[in-house]
Design a protein around this ligand. Structure first.
Ligand code: FES
Length: 350
């Protein structure tokens, strides 16, 4: 557990606040990050431990990391957003896990962010770093109204500094803009035109962050333009409910026959445990024996609980985080996995 003091709090929009934490000098090595990564905040909500992942919205400082900034949206009563907006004060301590995530800025001369709402958060940090090192950056940024646009000032500031290399296209779905192209959603009709306006070169990397429907549409549009998969990077806010694959139902049969023998390697240490039919996932079973197991969203989205299957087989209810190559190599998401064999072994260090 690392408790970081809050050193800044400011309102970004009607329903979002920025929270700035200071990283004490002794902790800075563990809190280094690359633009695009997120931290997980661990809080108690209604007497139960809850974890929420937030992308870091400011570029890392040059001298290690002295502060970490996150943007927190209020998503209704009882969440961390409500705490951040109303109860948190400067000087308060919050349990923050070290930065993680593979949605990060790539090497290359050109980058295009296609984001909606708070999906701008990781991409803003990427733009700051990319522009500072001399790259070109285009941001296609969808919001409902002008009032809901986060980081307007920061973007205007970047535009002032890097007018020739930064293009920002604000697209508003519930407010008319002067150009028809910029009014509406980032969808399969509008996105090709927006990309045509930006005319990115063949070396561009694309960063998609927002709701699943927008990310899926953008992936299809980019594939249609011949952009290779290695140049398309994405992160979802959350996943829409979808039925699990048929194989997942088989896991109930396996567990009905008796406890499953689960072995994990984590942080260089092997642990063996029994998973019962009452455990919702390998992660749930594992947390009882190894509370240090990494996780955040528990929804198959963030990839924090990624581990490699070394022995046996599992089925996942959902998977919105793994690349096809990772799956081919045997990586799974522990929060979504249940066993298909009477014994499974996972390696979190792989
Ligand atoms: S904890 Fe987020 S994918 Fe498993």
């Amino acid at each position: 557990m690392t408790f970081l003091p809050v050193v800044g709090l400011d309102r970004l929009t009607d329903d979002a606040v920025r929270v700035v934490f200071e990283v004490p000098s002794g902790e800075r090595d563990g809190f280094r990050f690359v633009p695009g990564q997120h931290v997980t905040v661990r809080v108690e909500l209604g007497g139960v431990e809850a974890r929420r992942a937030y992308s870091l919205c400011a570029a890392p400082g040059g001298d290690g990391v002295a502060t970490l900034s996150i943007a927190v949206k209020e998503l209704g009563p009882g969440g961390f957003g409500e705490i951040a907006a109303g109860k948190l004060g400067v000087g308060d301590l919050v349990d923050v896990l070290p930065p993680a995530g593979r949605f990060v800025l790539q090497e290359g001369p050109e980058h295009v962010g296609i984001v909606a709402g708070s999906g701008v958060t990781p991409v803003l940090a990427m733009a700051e770093v990319a522009l500072a090192r001399g790259d070109r950056f285009t941001l296609i940024y969808g919001n409902r109204t002008a009032a809901s646009v986060m980081f307007l000032e920061e973007l205007a500031d970047l535009k002032d500094r890097y007018a020739e290399r930064l293009m920002v296209l604000h697209v508003l779905s519930r407010e008319p803009r002067e150009a028809a192209l910029l009014t509406g959603r980032i969808d399969a009709e509008r996105l090709p035109e927006l990309l045509a306006a930006a005319s990115p070169g063949p070396e561009a990397h694309y960063y998609l962050c927002g709701p699943m429907a927008m990310v899926d549409t953008a992936k299809e549009v980019l594939a249609g333009r011949g952009v290779t998969r290695g140049h398309v990077h994405f992160e979802l806010f959350h996943a829409e409910d979808a039925p699990p694959p048929a194989a997942y139902a088989e896991t109930a049969k396996v567990l009905a026959e008796g406890d499953v023998d689960v072995t994990v390697t984590l942080g260089g240490r092997r642990t063996q445990l029994a998973m019962s039919k009452d455990d919702d996932s390998v992660l749930a079973a594992l947390l009882k024996a190894r509370p240090d197991t990494p996780y955040s969203c528990t929804g198959g989205v963030c990839g924090t609980c990624r581990a490699k299957i070394v022995q046996g087989e599992v089925a996942m209810a959902h998977d919105y985080a793994l690349e096809p190559e990772e799956k081919a190599e045997g990586f799974v998401l522990a929060c979504q996995s249940r066993p298909l064999t009477p014994a499974v072994e996972l390696d979190f260090d792989a």
